[in-house]
Design a protein around this ligand. Structure first.
Ligand code: UDP
Length: 462
C-alpha cells in the first residue's frame, strides 16, 4: 500500500535544519513517509550525531544532494554558498524526485521546503507547502520587499537607501532599515546574496497553498494579522523539549546536565550564541571576565570555530567548577532544567522560542539577521529580557555584563511576565490550541492529497 510521501527540504544551516526536522518527525508520527534532503555536507554532520528514532521504522529516510562546493570550502561565505546552491541544487533535486517518482508506491505527494529554498517550491511541478522557521515579523519584512522597493526604502538588490525606522503596521515592532534580516551584514555582496535567498518569499506566498510557520499568534498577533494566509504551527520545539533532539551538526555534551543537577535551583546563567556567531579576542575576553565577575554559576557553550581567542590567563583555574564550558549543549534540555536562571543569547528564533517556552528570562546579545527583531520582541514587546549595550569602542564590557545580569535576576516584574509568556506560547501547541489544530489540518490535507493522487493514477491506468 502506498502512503502519503513528503519530501522535506531545509535551508542548509543549523537553525533551519533543527525545526524542519522536528516537523518531519511530527509527520512520521502520523504515518506520513518523509524523505529528508540535506546537502551532502550537512547530511554527514547530522547522521554522525543522534538520528531520529522513527528513522529506523522506515518512514523517515535521510538522503542528500551536493551543494556544489568542496568539503573544505568556506560555507560561511554567503555569496559563494548562495551562488553554488542556486547553480547546483535545483537540477539535482529535480533528478532525485524523478527517480523517486519512478519507484513503485513511492510517488511524492508533496514537497515541504524552507522559504529560503523558494526555488524548490516554485519549479518542481508538485504540490508544495512553504515552511518558515523564524519569526513571522521577520517574514513580514520579506513579504513586504516589493513595497519597500516601491517606497524607496531599499533598492532592487536589497540595499537600504537610507537609515530609517520601518513600521510595517501600526502594531508591528519597528525595524531599523540596517537591521532588515538580509541587510545587516558588513559588505554589499553578502547583503545582495542574502537578499537573493529571501526575495522570492512574496511569490512563494502568492502561489503556495500552505504556508506554515514555526510560531504562534499568541506570540506574534500583529504579524499574523498582516498576512492571514500564514498558518502558525509552532513553536514546534515546545512539545518535545524533553525528548532527544535530532538534526544537530555537533555532538551534544550531556555532561552539563549532570553538572546542572548539582547546582542550586534557579542559579545558573546559560550562555549560548547559536551556530554561526563569531567572537574576536577582545569581546571573547570581556565575556569570559564578565562571567567571572558576576560570581554566579554558569554554563557556557563555546562552539567549535566560534573563536580563535584564548581564555584569559589562569581563567579556567579561577572559575573552577563554578563554570562549565561545553562545545555544544543539549540546549532544550538545559533550558528546561530547574537550575537555569537566565539565558544570555544571540536571540536566534529557535533559541528565543526555546527560552520562552521554558519560562527563562533573557539577556539579549544579537549579532545579525532576524536576531535584532527577536531582541525587540523579547525586550520591548513581551518584556521578558534586557539588552546589553556596547560602549563607545563597540565592546560589550565585563562591567556591563555583570550589571545587566544583576538587574535581570533582581527584576521580579520581568520574572512573572516570563511565566505568562511561557503559558501563552505553550498553550497553542497543546491539544485544542491553534497551532495544534493547524498542524493536524495540514497533515490531514497531505493524507487526503495522497488519496486523490492515487485515484487519479487509477483512473489514468483504467
Ligand atoms: N543549540 C544546541 N546546542 C547549543 C547551541 C544551540 O542544541 O549548544 C541549538 C538550539 O537549541 C537551537 C539551534 O541550535 O535549536 C540554534 O538555532 P537559533 O535559531 O537559535 O540560532 P542560529 O544557529 O540559527 O543562529
Amino acid at each position: 500500500m502506498a502512503k502519503a510521501h513528503v519530501v522535506v527540504i531545509p535551508y542548509p544551516a543549523q537553525g533551519h535544519v533543527i525545526p524542519i526536522m522536528e516537523l518531519a518527525q511530527r509527520l512520521v508520527q502520523q504515518g506520513v513517509k518523509v524523505t529528508f534532503i540535506n546537502t551532502d555536507f550537512n547530511h554527514k554532520l547530522v547522521t554522525s550525531n543522534r538520528l531520529p528514532k522513527d528513522g529506523f521504522s522506515g518512514l523517515l529516510q535521510m538522503i542528500s544532494v551536493p551543494d556544489g562546493l568542496e568539503p573544505w570550502d568556506d560555507r560561511s561565505d554567503v555569496w559563494k554558498f548562495t551562488t553554488s546552491i542556486l547553480q547546483t541544487m535545483p537540477g539535482k533535486l529535480e533528478q532525485l524526485i524523478e527517480t523517486i517518482n519512478k519507484e513503485e508506491n513511492n510517488k511524492v505527494t508533496c514537497i515541504i521546503a524552507d522559504v529560503c529554498m523558494g526555488w524548490a517550491i516554485k519549479n518542481m511541478g508538485i504540490r508544495s507547502a512553504a515552511f518558515w522557521p523564524a519569526s513571522v515579523a521577520t517574514l513580514a519584512a520579506i513579504l513586504s520587499i516589493p513595497k519597500l522597493i516601491d517606497d524607496g526604502i531599499i533598492n532592487n538588490k536589497g540595499l537600504p537607501l537610507s537609515d530609517q525606522i520601518i513600521q510595517l503596521s501600526e502594531t508591528m515592532p519597528p525595524i531599523k532599515s540596517e537591521n532588515l534580516g538580509w541587510a545587516c551584514f558588513k559588505d554589499v555582496p553578502t547583503i545582495e546574496s542574502a537578499f537573493q535567498i529571501v526575495k522570492e518569499g512574496e511569490e512563494v506566498y502568492r502561489m503556495t497553498e500552505w504556508f506554515i510557520c514555526n510560531s504562534t499568534s499568541e506570540l506574534e498577533p500583529a504579524a499574523f494579522s498582516m498576512y492571514p494566509k500564514l498558518l502558525p504551527i509552532g513553536p514546534l520545539l515546545a512539545s518535545s523539549r524533553l525528548a532527544d533532539q535530532t538534526g544537530h551538526f555537533w555532538q551534544e555534551d550531556d555532561t552539563c546536565l549532570k553538572w546542572l543537577d548539582k547546582q542550586p535551583t534557579c542559579s545558573v546563567i546559560y550562555i549560548a550564541f547559536g551556530s554561526l556567531t563569531i567572537f574576536d579576542q577582545t569581546q571573547f575576553e570581556e565575556l569570559a571576565l564578565g562571567l567571572e565577575l558576576s560570581n554566579l554559576p554558569f554554563l557556557w557553550v563555546v562552539r567549535p570555530g566560534m573563536t580563535t581567542a584564548a581564555y584569559p590567563d589562569g581563567y579556567t583555574d579561577r572559575v573552577g567548577s563554578r563554570g562549565k564550558i561545553v562545545s555544544w549543549a543539549p540546549q532544550q534540555k538545559v533550558l528546561a532544567h530547574p537550575s537555569v536562571a537566565c539565558f544570555m543569547s544571540h536571540c536566534g528564533w529557535n533559541s528565543t522560542i526555546e527560552g520562552v517556552t521554558n519560562g527563562i528570562p533573557f539577556l539579549c546579545w544579537p549579532f545579525f539577521c532576524d536576531q535584532y527583531n527577536n531582541e525587540t520582541y523579547i525586550c520591548d514587546i513581551w518584556k521578558i529580557g534586557l539588552r546589553v549595550n556596547k560602549d563607545d569602542s563597540g565592546i560589550i564590557t565585563r562591567g556591563e555584563i555583570k550589571r545587566k545580569l544583576e538587574q535581570l535576576l533582581g527584576d521580579k516584574m520581568l520574572q512573572s511576565k516570563v511565566l505568562d509568556m511561557k503559558e501563552k506560547a505553550t498553550s497553542s501547541v497543546r491539544k485544542g490550541g491553534w497551532s495544534h489544530k493547524n498542524l493536524s489540518n495540514f497533515i490531514e490535507w497531505i493524507q487526503e492529497e495522497e488519496k486523490r493522487q492515487a485515484m487519479d493514477d487509477l483512473a489514468l491506468k483504467a
